[in-house]
Structures are given as structure tokens and as C-alpha cells.
Design a protein around this ligand. Structure first.
Ligand code: 5GP
Ligand code: ZN
Length: 113
């Protein structure tokens, strides 16, 4: 399968890795939309959040806890940050491997575009 994020997980493609966990890997987004823009992805290839099941609970909690830890490390834990899953084309999903965006370091607008 030709998946960019699987390539980053197995280290065949380069990325600035920030964190590796049992079920997840975190790295900086190549086109950052904020001073801190990190992607947290499962090691397992799953196309979309819509395909997640109860059995993925441990992986999901690891993703969110890693995002919180990285936000602290990046110095944005107190100011605030945003966690986003884009699910499907209408929501802007462009890479079909589940990923959690961690965004912060500037004032983020709401509602999103
Ligand atoms: P989506 O639009 O699917 O929610 O988010 C995909 C994200 O992956 C985008 O923010 C995009 O900049 C990022 N991205 C795409 N290709 C690469 C890559 O090769 N390396 C890294 N680090 N990020 C990527
Ligand atoms: Zn993948």
C-alpha cells in the first residue's frame, strides 16, 4: 500500500519525530498551519476515524494523552491548543491514515473554515 504516514511510521520516509508510543507516532506537519502543528498517528493503518471501533480505545487514549504531553513540551499547554480529526473529503481529510492534528501557538479562529 502506498501510504505516506505508514512510510513515516516504518521510517522509510523522513519526518521530524517528536514522540513514539506503543500504538502511535507523533511528528511535525510538513505544512504547518500554526507555530505548533503536530500530527499524531496510529502505527496501524486505518483509513479514517469513521472506521474506528471500541477495540481502538487504548490507541485513541494514547493519541490524546500524547497530544497533551507534546502541547506541554511545546509550551502551549497553558495558553491553549486545538485537537482536530478531519474525517472525509468535505472536512478536508487529504491523507487516508487516521491522524490527530495538534495546533497551537497562535490565536485560533472559530468556526473553522
Ligand atoms: P488532513 O488534511 O488529511 O487532515 O491532514 C493531512 C496533513 O498531513 C496535512 O496537514 C499535511 O500538511 C500533512 N502532510 C502531508 N504529507 C506529509 C508528509 O509527507 N510529511 C508530513 N510531516 N506531513 C504531511
Ligand atoms: Zn497508512
Amino acid at each position: 500500500m502506498d501510504c505516506i504516514f505508514c512510510g513515516i511510521v516504518d521510517r522509510s520516509l523522513p519526518a521530524e519525530l517528536l514522540h513514539e508510543g506503543e500504538h502511535i507516532v507523533a511528528f511535525r506537519d510538513i505544512t504547518p498551519q500554526a507555530p505548533t502543528h503536530v500530527l499524531i498517528v496510529p502505527r496501524q493503518h486505518i483509513d479514517s476515524v469513521a472506521e474506528l471501533e471500541g477495540a481502538h480505545g487504548e490507541m485513541l487514549s494514547e493519541m490524546i494523552l500524547a497530544a497533551n504531553t507534546i502541547a506541554q513540551q511545546e509550551g502551549i499547554g497553558d495558553a491553549g491548543y486545538r485537537l482536530v480529526f478531519n474525517c472525509g473529503r468535505a472536512a478536508g481529510q487529504s491523507v487516508d491514515h487516521v491522524h490527530l492534528h495538534l495546533l497551537g501557538g497562535r490565536k485560533l479562529g472559530w468556526p473553522p473554515g
